[in-house]
Ligand binder design. Structure first.
Ligand SMILES: [Zn+2]
Length: 378
């Protein structure tokens, strides 16, 4: 099976690279991936692969076997990133490799179909919009993209510091992140009569002191910090009645994130209460931390080893970054997941406007993903 997949991928080398260059030339911001989606759907239609449209730009493509069996999925994100040029105009660029992920998603499915490797169950590729905006996975989950799946794999090319071309890891441990907005409310008063008011800035100062004094297990990665603050009005002789600040919270696990968020809330409530004010805590956005399953990780590891040799199989990688892939797991805890951290020699780094990577990784990634999925349905 491995040899057949490898032969097919090599036979399509030029076409796979063309798909990537075509998609690279269609960089679109999250939720606006119209040209990207149209391009991918056209290629799928040519291959006779059925597509299901789920959101404005998000869709799934599926190849089903003749016999009943497991439903396995691969999630490929499609969106690019916004940058500003010297004139200050916004332009979009694939600086995170999502064009590579879509290319691998398309060709994995095409090759599985062509080789007749989906004998039982089904293989579904989820073409997901807006990963960078952190809403794409949530929208696709709500639209039913993960419904009925037993197993789901993700893929992301890695910067050169984490993995080299010819190496890959079967799990990429993303941390969770939460952005929250805190509003401290007091009572306005004349600057000459502060005792008649409640100074929201005093409440915020105490709340922030509390946040900066909180602790969670130092053996785990986490952080909680204030990233924006606004308070007071035009006049400087009025006791301010409102302060709004935002927080960026990071945690290695979802349980740790819950603990930190609860401690932050308590610090805000306590700080505000100390001066007679109140605190409101609102989550503006969040991404869950990774939770993987041994069975899926082992299956992916087996595919990596078969394609890259034992020397190419890396230990799971811990990343300070996030990925909304984990929304699929949060929505269905019985879904088994693993994530291919694909060595691609990406330099100087992801999200850098000068990012480039070794396109040979498109071929190794397609081979690994096709083999991992084929293990389940062939
Ligand atoms: Zn990315």
């Amino acid at each position: 099976m491995n040899a057949a997949i490898a032969r097919a991928v090599e036979a399509y080398r030029a076409e796979i690279l063309k798909t990537f260059h075509d998609l690279h030339g269609l960089p679109e911001w999250g939720l606006e991936e119209h040209k990207t989606a149209a391009y991918l759907k056209a290629r799928l239609a040519e291959a006779g692969i059925a597509v299901r449209e789920l959101t404005e730009t998000g869709f799934t493509a599926e190849v089903a076997g003749a016999e009943p069996g497991p439903s396995v999925g691969l999630r490929a994100d499609m969106d690019a990133l916004p940058f500003k040029n010297e004139a200050g105009e916004t332009y979009y660029l694939h600086a995170c490799g999502h064009d590579a992920h879509s290319t691998m998603g398309l060709w994995t499915l095409k090759i599985l179909k062509e080789l007749g490797l989906v004998k039982r169950g089904r293989v579904r590729v989820i073409f997901q919009p807006a990963e960078e905006r952190l809403v794409g996975a949530k929208n696709m989950v709500a639209a039913g993209a993960g419904q009925g799946l037993d197993e789901l794999y993700g893929v992301h090319i890695r910067p050169i510091q984490e993995a080299r071309l010819g190496q890959a890891a079967p799990a990429l441990w993303h941390g969770g992140s939460t952005v929250a907005e805190v509003t401290i409310k007091g009572r306005a008063a004349h600057g000459a009569r502060p005792h008649l008011g409640v100074n929201a800035i005093d409440g915020a100062a105490l709340a922030i002191l509390g946040i900066n004094s909180l602790w969670a297990n130092p053996a785990q990665q986490w952080s909680a910090k204030v990233t924006k603050i606004a308070g007071g009005g035009v006049a400087s002789n009025i006791i301010p009645d409102k302060v709004v600040f935002t927080l960026d919270l990071r945690a290695e696990t979802n349980a740790l994130m819950e603990e930190i968020a609860a401690k932050v809330k308590a610090a805000c409530a306590g700080g505000a209460a100390a001066v007679g004010g109140t605190a409101e805590f609102n989550v503006l956005g969040s991404v869950p931390a990774a939770e993987y399953d041994q069975e899926a990780v082992a299956n992916l590891a087996r595919a990596i080893e078969a394609v890259l040799g034992p020397e190419g199989l890396l230990e799971p990688i811990h990343s300070p970054g996030s990925d909304d892939f984990h929304e699929f797991k949060m929505a269905d805890r019985s879904l088994k997941t693993a994530f291919l951290a694909l060595g691609a020699d990406a330099t100087p780094g992801l999200h850098d406007p000068h990012m480039s990577f070794a396109t040979e990784a498109l071929l190794t990634g397609t081979k690994i993903l096709a083999l991992a999925l084929a293990h389940r349905v062939a």
